[in-house]
Design a protein. Structure first.
Length: 334
């Protein structure tokens, strides 16, 4: 850490954020007073009632998911969640299937049943858009100073992307355009019982590998967007540097941030960038899918027992949901 003559502090840190995920690297110019100011400046004046994305209902979905308790890969909580989600998406007209596979438990060596959940909208369309999130929760709240081996319900880190897609599903059968849409919920994003030993991104790696090896003629993804940790009340989403570094993916990021600017959702902040390791990297590097990550990993309750719905904001969820909803309307027309 060093200090510039201007008084700004340059802070370079290795971040294990996770949703996500992540093991990432963060390079930002940090000054507490400046950050507090920019945080206020970046809050748009929108209210829930003004936003045509039902943030309150999405928040209720978030509570439903967290009420199931921890949803660790292979657990009863995960099975209950899969049942709930299959019913939800089918009732709204989605075609639901599970992409099942098995792994070895990193400690016991026993088989663990894994499933990515795939919801297809307009399945007859050959070119498609991928909207995705992870739906497993980390086995333990490792960062919790009081109880790092306690229960972890993963509201912002695990349930939020799923809740957003549950709400977006209400509009999907009426989606007009040339492209179809798939929602994919990844298992095993962070089945981490021991950091440094256990692999991240198991579900997205399996999905991307199957996609890369699919026979010719299989539907292809034109664009992909991964959503993670978007419900902090102090929402600030910056372009992910990794996503911006890929020539095929940068247009997706720019289109989403342009959409946010057009709607007046100022919590999408251009300029400063984080680099985040998350499921999108498997999708891009293995599946060759231009997939970006929309994430705000500056979340105080990250990987603690405080990551509960009470520390998530329906308004933040509504803002991000609205931006993605409006971006998607344009994206499927291309
Ligand atoms: Zn996490």
């Amino acid at each position: 850490m060093t200090t510039k003559p201007s008084g700004q502090t340059v802070f370079l840190a290795a971040v294990v954020a996770g949703s996500c995920v992540l093991v990432g690297y963060l390079l930002l110019f940090y000054n507490p007073a400046r950050t507090a100011q920019s945080s206020v400046d970046n809050q748009s004046r929108l209210t829930l009632a003004e936003i045509p994305f039902n943030g309150q209902r999405a928040y209720e979905y978030l509570m439903d998911l967290c009420a199931l308790g921890p949803r660790v890969s292979g657990s009863q909580g995960m099975h209950a969640q899969q049942k709930l989600l299959a019913t939800h998406f089918q009732n709204l007209g989605g075609k639901v299937r599970f992409q099942k596979f098995r792994i070895r438990h990193p400690q016991t060596g026993k088989e663990v049943a894994m499933s990515n959940l795939i919801v297809e909208w307009q399945p007859q369309r050959r070119e498609r858009v991928l909207l995705c999130a992870h739906y497993d929760t980390r086995p333990f709240p490792d960062k919790d100073t009081r109880n790092p081996r306690g229960a972890f319900v993963g509201a912002n880190d695990g349930a939020i992307g799923t809740a957003l897609l549950m709400e977006l599903a209400h509009q999907m059968t009426s989606s007009k355009g040339k492209l179809g849409v798939d929602f994919v919920l990844f298992d095993g994003e962070e089945f981490i019982l021991e950091e440094g030993r256990d692999p991240y991104f198991i579900g997205s790696e399996f999905f991307a590998t199957a996609y890369a090896n699919a026979r010719p003629g299989t539907p292809r993804y034109r664009w992909g967007v991964l959503v993670d940790m978007v419900a902090d009340a102090d929402l600030q989403i910056y372009p992910d540097s990794r996503s911006m570094s890929w020539d095929d993916t940068r247009p997706v990021v720019e289109a989403i941030f342009d959409t946010a600017a057009r709607l007046g959702v100022r919590e999408f902040v251009a300029g400063r960038r984080y680099e985040v390791l998350d499921d999108h990297i498997k999708l891009h590097d293995i599946g060759k899918i231009p997939c970006c990550d929309i994430i705000d990993f500056k979340y105080p309750a990250w990987h603690t027992q405080d990551d509960t719905p009470a520390n998530c904001s329906a308004l933040s969820l509504a803002k991000v949901g609205w931006v993605l909803q409006e971006w998607l309307k344009q994206a499927v027309r291309q």
